[in-house]
Write a protein that binds this ligand. Structure first.
Ligand SMILES: CC(C)(COP(=O)(O)OP(=O)(O)OC[C@H]1O[C@@H](n2cnc3c(N)ncnc32)[C@H](O)[C@@H]1OP(=O)(O)O)[C@@H](O)C(=O)NCCC(=O)NCCS
Length: 432
């Protein structure tokens, strides 16, 4: 075990996920709770685990349900786990499932639990739509009024604009900048061209299509029967475009800066629905129950910068800390899963990690962190093609990486995720 990890070694025993589906497509009839429940049920089934062995469930989500804000507890009950098992929900933007995994790992390392289920779910189809603040005040006043006249009076002077609903925005509350605008700013400041972004997006689709065709990606997927008829079954991600090309990508208009921009629907991750679930145990417990773990957590790190700086650059700050805590160098990493919020963000992160100047000025390091071969990064594509259900992605990255490390017989892997609020996550995993 490397330095920086105190406590018991934590094994990742099994993991799976639902297909990832573009928002407002096939999962229209399913909530985040439904998707999470399906993933956790399948996890228990795949691991052939007695539900009574589970000590806790931790789940990540970003856009919380107003009526069921602790999604973890509902997923636990829905999946048929004992009601006596506690469950809590965590939220760290796009690193929410990573937060669930590391919170679960910390509880195990400390000896407070032996078996914890972690993961996350998101439905960007089933989002809460809120009324305007003044409309809310009127509705509250009307509900409190004792007479019909009082109720009618609550709506006196109602203006049309009060009917305009509020939807969750993918914008920074502190700066008002959307993720897409930040990606656009990063592309400009780092000199990432449209062509480079489109090439990364194309690579993502091609590799994801290959991983789907040969079954490596589908191996981690829980087939889902669609309500209400349960006649149609979905067993693959529906955002992967087998027919895309540099020409088609080049033809798409920029979305976030229509005049001078380079970020398009093609080189951004799409809004997505989906869920993931992982089974974590202490090493002793996993071995005691006869499991051969997929891998172990060697170290992790979270980092943050000002949202006014390069918002999605967090991985370049978190990765060196995780590597140092693991006692390894970037050159020791054999396989890497980078969350692809935008191609401009991935390429900016890679550029920063490979820059002596960034190392000196931003990290206070003498030399750059370095990179591994591009051929060993996101070898089955990434979030641009596979999709990005905010709360679930961290679980997918972990499962995808460990399954592929097992197939290739590799020892060390790295996961990085950028998150809203200008945060970054990195985790080093190992296999024996
Ligand atoms: C970028 C974004 C606004 C695009 O949304 P959208 O317009 O609904 O996207 P669509 O899927 O409808 O794509 C738009 C068009 O591009 C086309 N397109 C998208 N990707 C393509 C590809 N790889 N190849 C060819 N065409 C593609 C679509 O077919 C569609 O064409 P159509 O209008 O003729 O149907 C949306 O995906 C978004 O907000 N993404 C970022 C999410 C985000 O900020 N996440 C947080 C990061 S962590």
């Amino acid at each position: 075990m490397g330095n920086g990890w105190s406590g018991r070694r934590v094994a990742i025993v099994e993991g799976c996920r639902t297909p990832f589906a573009r928002a407002n497509t096939v999962f229209r009839g399913l909530s985040a709770i439904d998707l999470g429940t399906l993933a956790v049920r399948e996890l228990l089934f795949r691991a052939a685990l007695d539900p009574n062995e589970v000590d806790e469930l931790v789940y990540g989500t970003v856009v919380h349900s107003v009526t069921a804000p602790n999604i973890a507890r509902e997923v636990l009950l829905g999946a048929g786990l004992p009601a006596t098992v506690p469950a809590f929900t965590v939220s760290r933007a796009c690193a929410s499932a990573n937060q669930a995994i590391t919170s679960a790992a910390d509880t195990i390392a400390r000896g407070y639990a032996d078996v914890v289920i972690a993961g996350g779910a998101e439905s960007l189809t089933d989002i809460p739509i809120l009324v305007s603040r003044s409309m809310r005040d009127r509705l509250v006043r009307a509900s409190r009024a004792k007479t019909l006249g009082g109720r009618i009076k609550a709506f006196a002077g109602l203006r049309p604009k009060e009917f305009v609903p509020m939807t969750p925005a993918i914008a920074e509350p502190s700066t008002g900048e959307t993720m897409g605008q930040s990606a656009e700013r990063m592309a400009k400041e780092n000199g990432i061209s449209r062509e480079e972004q489109d090439r990364w997006a194309l690579r993502s689709h091609r590799l994801a299509a290959e991983g789907t065709a040969d079954g490596r990606l589908t191996r981690e997927i829980v087939p889902v029967y669609l309500p209400p008829a349960y006649a149609e079954m979905i067993d693959r991600d529906n955002g992967i475009r087998t027919d895309t090309s540099m020409e088609k990508l080049a033809a798409l208009p920029p979305v976030f800066d229509r005049k001078y921009g380079t970020v398009t629907a093609g080189n951004a991750s799409p809004l997505t629905d989906g869920a993931s679930a992982l089974l974590l145990m202490s090493e002793e417990k996993a071995k005691g129950l006869g499991y051969e773990p997929l891998g172990y957590i060697r170290s992790y790190a979270y980092a943050a910068l000002s949202p006014k700086k390069q918002l999605l650059q967090g991985p370049a700050y978190a990765a060196p800390i995780a590597l140092e805590r693991a006692g390894v160098e970037m050159s020791d990493i054999e396989l890497w899963e980078i969350h692809e919020a935008f191609a401009a963000q991935v390429l900016s992160n890679l550029q920063a990690l490979d820059s002596d100047r960034f190392a000196r000025e931003e990290l206070g390091r003498a030399r750059k962190v370095g990179l591994i071969d591009e051929d060993r990064i996101n070898v089955m594509g990434g979030s641009i093609a596979v999709g990005h259900p905010f709360g679930a992605t961290g679980g997918r990255l972990t499962v995808t990486l460990l399954n592929e490390m097992k197939r290739r017989g590799l020892g060390l892997g790295l996961i990085t995720v950028c998150a809203a609020g200008a945060m970054g996550f990195a985790m080093v995993v190992e296999r024996e």
